[in-house]
Design a binder for this molecule. Structure first.
Ligand code: NG6
Ligand code: CA
Length: 517
């Protein structure tokens, strides 16, 4: 870490003599603690900044997340690296910007494993620091060999065990992508030999119904965009699949299933330091929460999925409480990208918003270059060290979580690993409120933005202003540079690039420097 920082800061004056204070390389926060807490990263899916009660949501109750925030720090200026899942998660788990690689876009369910075994991951880091590690829930970073020609009826040739996770119980991709089975330690969980699994993203299997051909077979959630291929549990998905039998998940039980596995893991490892990456399926589509969470708010299934997410969080907290582990367990709760309402199923989420603003004060949504794409809730609780409950508007990025947590547990990272991650543990623990000098954000169309505390720059792009495949989502595209003054225009309305060419110049310099690193 140290080495990396020094190398960059030495380069800085050579490459960019004119950089202002805002263009500095991130500094490292001091490590103030070397004790080893358990660490749980709770990563929701498509949960927006405005979707939690403690972030101002009015139509939905989230008592457990509220309690977590009330016992820790609630961050109001935290960013994912990307506005979609795969690149966001890649960056979080490797400390490398996903856009440095060409193959980190939203992955198919049969994609080869994107993070390669030789890469050093957050899980490797914890494992080497003496932790027992696990990943539970949504994966969406590919599995198996690079070709993606997986045989789902045999152990996968590469899985999370090769990435530092001692245990995993995961969905290969997303709930709307086949295969609709859980993978446990590199094999289909509850594998049913009477129903061999076949998966293709190219063509259907003879005789298998699809949502496009047989809409009468679908339950109430019909696709609004895409999602018209294989039908599993009455919901049509992306991709074709055959078989699965008893191994197929039931959508209404996904939250129960992953939460139960998370609780079991905590119980089994209560006496040793553990790291858990708990990535929920909520609130991604198809939203199919269990009956007991339904109808609890005026927003339909999207609201119910938020309630279900809150329940999962509550179960983890309760388990820690019961086992006496809460005090020395650091929980970070966040989301993988900004919110989306209509994401391809007609689930009435749009019609039932009832005034709710999933992205809170930010413009744009999941996919966008505007802040709504990457501005997410982030809560850190660690009762042993964080004594004062507070809110923090420190500018931060998930890219730094690997190096920060590494510093916390005194991990030594191999040279070249986590190349974009800086130790900013003081920000996470509330002992250092110095903003990251800049944050880089990746939109789904590969446009990069730079955010500083005061400014937001979006690089020019000729693409359309709205997403083309259906829902009314702004991409943030404009063919000329965009600059917004975040001190007085957090909703990114007035493009002031022409009024502040020197700031545009600085922002472009930051981007060029980080790109060329
Ligand atoms: C899109 C899907 C969307 C969602 C997204 C990935 C369509 C029309 N849209 O292609 O439903 O699955 O990919 O979401 O198919 S993410 O949160 O995992 O990145
Ligand atoms: Ca997502």
């Amino acid at each position: 870490m140290k080495k990396q920082y020094l190398a960059l800061s030495l380069l800085t004056p050579v490459l960019c003599p004119a950089l202002t204070a805002e263009a500095r390389t991130p500094k490292e926060n001091k490590v103030t603690n070397r004790e080893q807490p358990n660490v749980i990263v709770i990563l929701a899916d498509d949960l927006g900044y405005g979707d939690l009660e403690c972030y101002g949501a009015k139509n939905v109750q989230t008592p457990n997340v509220n309690r977590l925030a009330g016992e820790g720090i609630r961050f109001t200026n935290a960013h994912t690296v990307a506005a979609t899942s795969t690149p966001s998660r890649y960056s979080l788990l490797t400390g490398e910007y996903a856009w440095r690689r060409p193959d980190t876009d939203v992955a198919a369910g049969n994609a080869g494993m994107i993070i390669r075994p030789e890469q050093y991951t957050m899980a490797d880091m914890f494992k080497n620091a003496g932790y027992t590690t696990c990943a539970i829930g949504k994966w969406h970073l590919g599995l198996g060999d690079k070709t993606g020609q997986q045989d789902w009826n045999a152990p996968l040739p590469a899985a999370l065990g090769d990435l530092g996770f001692d245990y995993h119980y995961i969905m290969a991709a997303t709930a709307d992508r086949v295969p609709c089975v859980f993978i446990e330690n590199g094999k289909v969980a509850n594998y049913d030999p009477s129903a061999p699994i076949e998966v293709s993203y190219k063509q259907n299997f003879p005789g298998e119904p699809t949502g496009a051909d047989h809409p009468e077979l679908l339950y109430n959630q019909k696709p609004s965009h895409g999602h018209d291929m294989s039908i599993v549990n009455g919901i049509s998905r992306i991709g074709f699949m055959k078989g699965g039998g008893k191994a197929l998940w039931k959508d209404e039980n996904i939250a129960d299933s992953i939460t139960t596995h998370a609780i079991d893991f905590i119980k089994q490892h209560k006496d040793e330091p553990f790291f858990m990456y708990f990535a929920t399926n909520d609130v991604h589509v198809p939203r199919f929460p269990h009956d007991r969470f339904r109808g609890k708010n005026p927003m339909g299934v999207r609201g119910d999925a938020i309630v279900q997410f809150d329940w999962s969080v509550g179960q983890i907290m309760e388990t820690l409480d019961k086992l006496g582990l809460a005090e020395n367990t650091l929980i970070i709760l966040s989301s993988d990208n900004g919110p989306v309402v209509d994401d391809g199923y007609d689930d009435k989420a749009e019609e039932l918003l009832n005034g709710h603003s999933p992205a809170g004060p930010w413009r744009g949504n999941k996919y966008s270059a505007f802040e709504g794409g990457t501005a997410v809730p982030a809560i850190v609780r660690w009762p042993k060290k964080i004594k004062e409950n507070r809110e923090s508007d420190v500018l931060m990025s998930q890219i730094d979580w690997m190096a920060s947590l590494g510093a916390l547990v005194n991990a030594r990272l191999p040279k070249g690993s986590a190349p974009d991650s800086y130790n900013r543990i003081g920000n996470l623990l509330g002992t250092d409120d110095e903003d990251r000098p800049w944050v880089i954000e990746l939109a789904s169309n590969h446009v990069l933005s730079v955010r500083t505390k005061d400014w937001k720059y979006i690089e020019p792009n000729d693409g359309p202003a709205m997403i083309q495949w259906g829902p009314k989502i702004e991409t943030g595209n404009l063919s000329t540079p965009q600059l917004y003054d975040m001190r007085k225009d957090i909703n990114e309305r007035a493009n002031v690039a022409l009024q502040h060419p020197e700031v545009v110049y600085d922002m472009q310099n930051i981007l060029r420097r980080v790109r060329n690193k």
